[in-house]
Design a binder for this molecule. Structure first.
Ligand code: ZN
Ligand code: ZN
Length: 475
């Protein structure tokens, strides 16, 4: 009896959280200073003079430049080469105009005040953004190129900027910029949003659960587009034995893409899995890259799952399409399931549902059939078995799972024994147990590791023939 199905890998959820943190970093800094902080920085204005900008080349003496919005401060930042985008955000301009327009107005006003200002500009490379704003167009077109075949309606941006650029920008902005000026990162993200809006009015920018997450590297201008997964909730019935719940890589080749002789080049130990019988038609329909299967527990390969079925969440990775009529998906799955696996209906859900499903501890009803040694010799076997109804049993970690489960003794309750049928030398038993009960062991006792057991109350060796999950009582 094969039972060492691989465990699901939870590390994906962790990396998702990391991503979220990273990407959200761009947002945290877009917040304007609070009024309090604003006042504080006005109070500390006098401290702007520290003399360390004294230029020995003699071209400019910065120490007398006050911060913006003072005209001298504006003249100073223009002299050091600040671009219109940055001028707009640090000059204290209250035009309410976004992008480079506010900066260009501030600049022409400054030129009107001082005709010679233009000739005093020392560089054409913006020290605040290293001309990054000029790349916005380029970044945005790369994003849309990557997403040309992907359906999405919400988007989240993250920008990673070199630390020294952020520090230098912060130094100049706090010294010469108007109090409460918008930091570079936030301004860049906003510039990108503005450009995207010009191309696509429908996109909504969100701070959590976006359809697509975009991470821009400010140094290399590399654009990473992460199409976020979508999630379907459903319940499956497994009507056939010999099917693992999740895809199970070939033991011989460890699931190499090209496979090997022993797995017929499939890379799979079993050609079918509940995951693929359900997931493949959906993956194809939505143009997705892959699926992950998150079941509310799992039954062994040789165990059927009947009744209203086992709750699960199918995670659909990098889908091109994010919507589809659910009845059509159900129909496609049931056709593909070919009476081995079937589903009743689907609901769209979020990642939160994965944890809900994984953490659920539901009682289950099982039917188990087993052979009893010299059953005919046993006096009143029904009564003996019925004595387990309502009993709390101790189960040491079964031998068959000891390689992947910590060795410990679990206390589980047999809620009820509902049906006992004796058929020659065999018994068929329907019983309801607490979540996490090892039912096969409850019958054959696992060499005494489960106590009491059907074997111990009958005083005769029991050998399991088959097991069905009749119902998962998850409500
Ligand atoms: Zn700039
Ligand atoms: Zn193989």
């Amino acid at each position: 009896m094969e039972t060492n199905e691989p465990k699901d890998d939870d590390s994906e959820i962790d990396s998702e959280d990391e991503w979220q943190l990273y990407a959200s970093a761009g947002y945290a800094s877009t917040e304007m200073l609070s009024e309090e902080e604003n006042e504080e920085s006005i109070e500390s204005e006098e401290a702007w003079f520290d003399g360390d900008d004294f230029d020995f080349q003699g071209s400019t003496l910065n120490w007398d430049a006050p911060p913006c919005p003072a005209p001298l401060g504006i003249a100073h930042v223009i002299k050091i080469g600040v671009c219109d985008h940055c001028l707009g955000r640090i000059s204290g301009s209250s035009t309410g105009i976004g992008g480079s327009d506010a900066g260009s107005i501030v600049r022409s006003e400054a030129f009107e005040r001082d005709e010679n200002l233009q000739s005093k500009i020392t560089q054409d490379y913006c020290p605040l953004c290293e001309n990054l704003f000029e790349d916005v167009e380029n970044i945005v077109s790369r994003v849309f190129e990557t997403l040309s075949e992907t359906q999405f309606s919400t988007m989240q941006f993250g920008i990673h900027l070199p630390k020294d650029l952020i520090q230098e920008e912060d130094r100049i902005r706090t010294k010469y910029g108007a109090p409460g000026s918008y930091p570079l990162k936030g301004a860049l993200v906003e510039g990108i949003h503005r450009r995207i809006r010009e191309i696509n009015q429908e996109v909504e920018f969100v701070k959590e659960r976006p359809d697509v997450m975009i991470l821009v590297d400010g140094l290399t201008l590399r654009v990473d587009v992460d199409v976020r997964p979508i999630f379907l909730y459903g319940r499956y019935r497994k009507l056939s034995r010999g099917i693992p719940q999740t895809r199970w890589p070939c033991r011989a080749c460890r699931g190499r893409a090209e496979g090997c002789d022993s797995c017929g080049e499939s890379g799979l130990q079993y050609p079918d899995s509940v995951q693929d019988l359900i997931g493949e038609p959906i993956r194809e329909a939505l143009g997705a890259e892959d699926t992950s299967f998150h079941g509310m527990g799992r039954e062994d390969i040789d165990v059927r799952c009947l009744g209203s079925g086992r709750p699960f969440v199918l995670e659909i990775k990098r889908p091109r399409q994010r919507s589809f009529p659910l009845e059509d998906l159900v129909e496609m799955v049931n056709e593909n399931g070919n009476e081995k696996v079937e589903v009743g209906n689907f609901e769209w859900c979020t990642r939160k549902k994965v944890n809900e499903v994984k953490q659920s501890r539901s009682e289950k009803t099982y039917t188990i059939r087993f052979e009893v040694e010299e059953l005919a010799e046993i006096e009143n076997p029904e009564e003996a078995i019925m004595s387990l109804s309502g009993k709390v049993i101790d189960q040491e970690t079964p031998k068959r799972v000891s390689h992947r489960r910590a060795a410990k003794t679990r206390r589980r309750k047999v809620s009820s024994v509902d049906r006992i049928e004796i058929d020659g030398s065999q018994v068929e038993l329907t019983l309801r147990c607490e979540a996490g009960t090892y039912v096969k062991e409850l019958v054959h006792s696992d060499e005494g590791r489960t106590n009491p057991s059907v074997q111990s109350v009958l005083g005769a060796a029991c050998e399991v023939i088959w097991l069905d999950v009749e119902e998962i009582h998850d409500d």
